[in-house]
Design a protein around this ligand. Structure first.
Ligand SMILES: Nc1ncnc2c1ncn2[C@@H]1O[C@H](COP(=O)(O)OP(=O)(O)OP(=O)(O)O)[C@@H](O)[C@H]1O
Ligand SMILES: [Mg+2]
Length: 372
């Protein structure tokens, strides 16, 4: 068992003993019989785990062979395993300056151009309008766009070895943005790959001063590549919102983002359908990108359909001009209603009760220069 405790499930980021995947283990005449239960029978990492188990056990003196029997966890055991994996990931996440009481919401989709960045910008403004300090992380390293969308430009200051996001008042609150657009030019960022990009994302979280924010919204590049994986590892408390267009093709690709969320045990908060049909002056509803994809996807994922945002000139124009449409919307506007709903749902992401608040208060007090 001690040797098996060194075998990790690479996807879940914990050892197979911690996760309760090891069943009966016995040794008979130099042969070890080991029972392993996987989350699904067709687990793509099956051979990887088998090899690691074999290697780990064969190190034990007196054992010459390993006979593995591979089973599948029943739904209850699988649910317990996912709970354990989430708790372990949260316990092992690095310390960041993001206050514990501030929920983190990642806007993702499998597909490009579905409106993630437009939604991030408008959502941030709607959240700020009622007095919140909103942190926005533009994690789209190659395709950053939030500085333009929110019209927040300038140079990032470094204070006490931490980058300070650029803050701009919006409504009764403010938006603080950190984006590659503030640090490098587009051509430079395009040359970055793999580890360098992951490091940049990690720095945006670990080496930035996010203290004081009430909520964080993260814009991501399309797909579930390295950047999204890094975010999930660093911010296991976060929730994800999947954006799709009403077309069937987009819906299937968007489902991959949700599948990823499930595997990395981050919580799916819901689905947003963007670019839905719009009512024309001629009296008809036009739906050039199809109908129903968002609702179907939400149904398929057992998630809430948070909003259906129609195709609107003012969303596109607002983006081009750096004046997001949510600035002019009333409380009943699409993005304000969405912000209210998400704010409520996101409260489940933060550790409840007094402890988190107390810890935040202590950290804040310790960070202040002493007055004596
Ligand atoms: N509801 C909408 N109505 C009209 N135009 C929209 C709407 N939502 C987004 N757009 C426009 O669609 C284009 C793509 O939007 P956006 O850049 O927000 O998508 P994205 O998912 O962030 O793209 P990428 O994957 O490239 O980062 C932009 O020109 C934007 O102004
Ligand atoms: Mg974008």
């Amino acid at each position: 068992m001690e040797r098996l405790a060194s075998v990790r499930d690479p996807e879940l980021g914990a050892t197979i003993t911690e996760l309760g995947m090891v069943g009966d283990v016995r040794v008979e005449g130099g042969v070890a019989h080991v029972e392993i239960a996987l989350t699904i029978a067709s687990c793509p990492l099956r051979s990887h785990i088998e090899r690691d188990v074999r290697e780990a056990v064969l190190v034990v003196e007196g054992i010459d062979d390993v006979i593995l029997s591979i089973g599948v966890l029943d739904p209850a055991a699988k649910a317990a395993l996912m709970r354990t994996a989430r708790a372990l990931a949260q316990a092992r996440a690095p310390q960041t300056s993001i206050p514990r009481r501030a929920p983190v919401v990642m806007i993702a989709s499998g597909k490009g151009g579905v409106g993630k960045s437009s939604i991030t910008a408008n959502l941030a403004i709607a959240l700020a309008s009622t007095g919140r300090r909103v942190g926005v992380l533009d994690a789209d390293i190659w395709g950053f766009s939030l500085a333009r969308l929110l019209d927040i430009t300038g140079e990032v200051e470094v204070r006490g070895a931490k980058m300070v996001p650029l803050e701009r008042p919006y409504g009764r609150g403010s938006v603080s943005l950190l984006s590659m657009g503030h640090l490098a030019d587009e051509k430079q960022a395009l040359l970055w790959r793999g580890l360098v990009v992951q490091k940049a994302v990690a720095q945006f979280i670990e080496d930035a001063d996010w203290s004081g924010i009430d909520v964080m919204v993260i814009d991501t590049p399309p797909g579930t590549g390295d950047i999204v994986m890094t975010l999930a590892r660093l911010l296991p408390h976060m929730g994800v919102v999947v954006v799709t267009t009403p077309s069937r093709a987009a819906q299937h690709v968007a489902a991959r983002a949700a599948d990823f969320a499930n595997k990395s045990h981050i919580r799916l908060l819901g689905v947003i359908e963007n670019m839905s049909g719009f009512a024309c002056e001629c009296g008809k509803v036009h739906a050039p990108l199809g109908v129903g994809g968002g609702r179907e996807l939400a149904h398929e994922l057992g998630a809430e359909l948070l909003a259906q945002i129609p195709l609107r000139d003012d969303v596109a124009d607002g983006g081009d001009e750096g004046v997001p449409v949510a600035l002019h919307e009333g409380d009943d506007g699409y993005f304000h209603v969405l912000a209210q709903r998400l704010w409520t749902l996101a409260q489940d992401l933060v550790p409840a009760g007094c402890t988190a608040r107390l810890l935040d208060a202590i950290e804040y007090a310790v960070d202040q220069p002493s007055s004596s």
